[in-house]
Design a protein around this ligand. Structure first.
Ligand code: PHE
Length: 456
């Protein structure tokens, strides 16, 4: 929970500070673990052919994601303001230009765009809580489960209703102040989610198709790897870790001085990656056991997991709990997505937190209607990357997040002076040197190579 005495002698955040190191780790983990791990990772991996994609994703997480996350936290803690103001302030202090604020600005926009469709998918999750609890999936066949999905997403009014409900829930908690209550939620949600993933894993191990699933995920076939899928892997690494758009920077602003940024980042990255891999291991065997298509797209999780639950003893119960937990996971991520915009409006326009949240929430809700309609009324409206939903997703995950991450890491590695970063990362030993090499060379060059090759 945020307490209002700052432990930072130099600068204070207007919004208070985390009460403990654990509070910060829980909040960042809550933001990282979400639909990205359980809904998005399996379907993107499926669409990009599995093995090679997963390998590239893991490399991106370690050599790019980790240093970017550390950079974001250290920048946030040093500036102690919303991402726009922090980038302007540090830009001035360290590099003589307040133009760096545009990096924060792009993050504010990215958060709004991502949440606009994230909330729609989270709305599906809410609907699946009800479907599970009422026993719709008990003993259902693959065809019946997919019928449910198509019937539901095809009805724009229902999807809009669920999107509205989820946005209202998000506005409600963000308006009250981020941490009250949610910290508690994350404390039980992440372990519970892990346990349920293990239950599912147990089921998929016994499905008779576990080896096929594992082979699909871990046998890299580099012939199928295009620059497009490398970019998708990079984008997924950013998306799942909540980096590149200022969410983690905003959280870093409330972090006490003495907390180890390296340790906290390592904990979050490990938890997040484990949950994604577990989700893949649970889902792909089911895909092959039921003759489904791994490249099915955004419906993959909604077509496979209810099927598994439906055949399990106690399935109605487990399925309900699972979708409740997934809704919680989405909820704690939505908070991170709104925080840069809300903190910026509060500080810049002197609004109350409630006013800022309601205004942001309304805008996001409105933009999200485009994604609501992408699965039904406007499903034939296609341009560039596909439907409206596909385009918002592509633009944010594959362009804005990597670009934001690139600029953040360049700022931390090249613009900030060595002493400032050493100060925040507590030291100049081997770990610091490794971070600096990754932040100055490996991450920026890696991101640039992928962006240039994939986009041209
Ligand atoms: N990391 C979240 C997920 O995987 C999504 C997210 C992105 C949250 C950016 C906050 C900021 O679901």
């Amino acid at each position: 929970m945020l307490s209002h005495q700052a432990s930072d002698p130099k600068r204070k955040s207007l919004h208070g500070h985390w009460s403990s190191r654990m509070a910060f780790i829980l909040a960042v983990t809550g933001s990282a673990v979400g639909l990205g791990n359980i809904w998005k990772f399996p379907y993107i991996a499926g669409q990009n052919g599995g093995g090679a994609f997963v390998l590239v994703y893991l490399i991106c997480v370690v050599v790019i994601g980790m240093p970017v996350m550390m950079s974001e936290i250290l920048i946030g803690r040093r500036g102690r303001r919303n991402p726009v103001a922090t980038m302007a302030l540090l830009g001035q202090e360290e590099g003589g230009s307040t133009r760096w604020r545009w990096v924060g600005g792009m993050g504010v926009v990215a958060g709004i765009l991502i949440l606009s469709y994230y909330s729609v998918i989270a709305g599906w999750t809410l609907a699946y809580v009800v479907k599970s609890a009422t026993g719709v999936f008990a003993g259902a066949s693959a065809a019946a489960v997919s019928e449910q999905f198509n019937g539901f997403t095809g009805d724009w009014r229902l999807v809009a209703l669920c999107h509205t409900l989820f946005m209202s829930l998000s506005v409600f908690v963000v308006a009250r102040g981020v941490e009250r209550g949610l910290e508690q939620a994350v404390r039980f949600m992440v372990p519970a989610l892990l346990i349920l993933m293990l239950v599912l894993l147990g089921y998929s191990i016994n499905s008779g198709y576990f080896d096929e699933g594992v082979a699909f995920m871990f046998t890299p076939d580099f012939d199928r790897l295009t620059w497009g899928s490398v970019l998708a892997a990079l984008g997924q690494a950013f998306f799942t870790l909540s980096i590149g758009m200022g969410a983690i920077m905003a959280y870093g602003a409330y972090l006490p001085e003495e907390t180890s940024i390296t340790g906290a980042s390592a904990a979050v990255v490990t938890a997040d990656t484990s949950i994604a891999i577990l989700a893949g291991l649970a889902i792909f065997p089911l895909v092959f056991a039921n003759d489904l298509n791994p490249a099915d797209g955004p419906g993959l999780v909604f077509d496979t997991l209810p099927l598994a639950f439906g055949q399990m003893a106690g399935g109605t119960f487990f399925s309900t709990i699972f979708f409740i937990l997934l809704s919680f996971a989405a909820w704690t991520s939505a908070i991170g997505l709104m925080e840069p915009a809300v903190a910026w409006i509060v500080e810049r326009f002197n609004k109350t937190r409630a006013q800022a949240t309601i205004a942001t929430g309304f805008l996001i809700w409105f933009v999200g209607m485009g994604s609501v309609l992408s699965f039904n009324v406007l499903s034939d409206v296609r341009f560039l990357a596909g439907t409206i939903f596909d385009n918002v997703d592509y633009l944010t995950s594959n362009i804005m997040l990597p670009l934001g991450g690139l600029l953040i890491v360049i700022f931390a590695g090249w613009v900030m002076c060595r002493n400032s970063t050493a100060d925040e990362l507590h030291g100049s030993g081997g770990l610091f040197k490794t971070w600096r090499i990754l932040a100055r060379f490996v991450a920026p060059i890696g991101i640039l190579i992928v962006l240039i090759n994939a986009v041209r």
